[in-house]
Design a protein around this ligand. Sequence first.
Ligand SMILES: Nc1ncnc2c1ncn2[C@@H]1O[C@H](COP(=O)(O)OP(=O)(O)OP(=O)(O)O)[C@@H](O)[C@H]1O
Ligand SMILES: [Mg+2]
Length: 362
Amino acid sequence: MTESENFYQNIFTSLIDGVLVISADLKIIKGNLAAEEMFQRSGGSFEGELLSELFPDQPGVMEKARQSIATGTAYHHLEGIGHRKSNDACFPTNLTFSPITNDADQSTVGVILIQDTTLIKELQETSRQTEHLSTLSVLTIGMAHEIRNPLSGIRGSAQLLLKDLEGSEQREYMEIIIAEVDRINRLVTRMMNLTQPASVDFKPTNIHQVLEEILVFEKETLERKKGKFIQTYDPSLPSIEGNEDELKQMFLNLVKNAVEASPEGGQVRIVTQFSSNYALRKALETSSTHGIVVEIIDSGPGMTDAALKNLFTPFFTTKKRGTGLGMVVSLKIIENHSGKIKVTSERNVGTVVQVFLPVNRK
Ligand SMILES: Nc1ncnc2c1ncn2[C@@H]1O[C@H](COP(=O)(O)OP(=O)(O)OP(=O)(O)O)[C@@H](O)[C@H]1O
Ligand SMILES: [Mg+2]
């Protein structure tokens, strides 16, 4: 191989998108490493196979591939469903067809660029769930969330004291406390219907510092259950453009949920790392060349499908004292930071919450 051939071979191998070279009769001539990974194939096993094996029952895709080579036209952003033979699984893809022309200006082969859009689709799904919320501001619902927590404590204690004051004159005062607490509660609920612009006060923020500060708050609760935090931080992460208070509030909500879900002796893992995934970059719709991901992993009971579906529905809670606003507030903050959240949960194994944040905002 000459040096320049070697150079092109390297590019072909290292591309993070899948690339397939196909012949005019829609057989695969070659696939790169990313394509092999996407379809879970070993090296070279594509060769000679029909394109329709990878994209079965999709005459539209085949037609575009054929047309592209026959007419020398490129087609961008077609949706296709990739099929993995090994486990009979399907995944969504975004396809670009480009013909390759020879010296005589004829095209006999074509190139298909394949992007696995599974992650983009999943992240879009999360955002879609709260589209109706877009008018509610982070500040208002955030405040409501923070006010309601102590209120339920005050009300509960007052209720208990009320029992002890049976027949006493002071009973009346206690009843006033309860009535007033109820009033604030209603007020806060109404406040949530107000709109306020999202925060614009963004500064370079050290994500590890944010995490460490909130872990202090939750450490004791976790230790009471004989559990502990395990931090795995990538020290080379850059600071991100963010609002420190909002980020703290968001991570506190997520860590709190993980701690609350933790069984006796359970560990809560906090992992930070770079995320240079192309699909993600597109999903974040940012010009930022890279993003970071913070993962909060618990070993709790996980969630039912129904709970997972309603996770971002305001007031959805399975907890006695819960407001069901923690996740909604968190999502709004993440969106305010042009980020994305992904939650995966397995019954009796635990829950993984991934927060993707761009390093620079758009
Ligand atoms: N890590 C987790 N493991 C299991 N279930 C979870 C987890 N995180 C959230 N949930 C489920 O999602 C629901 C909604 O969570 P959210 O944080 O919005 O409200 P909450 O925790 O119930 O109330 P609050 O945050 O006001 O204390 C929870 O009640 C719980 O059922
Ligand atoms: Mg919560």
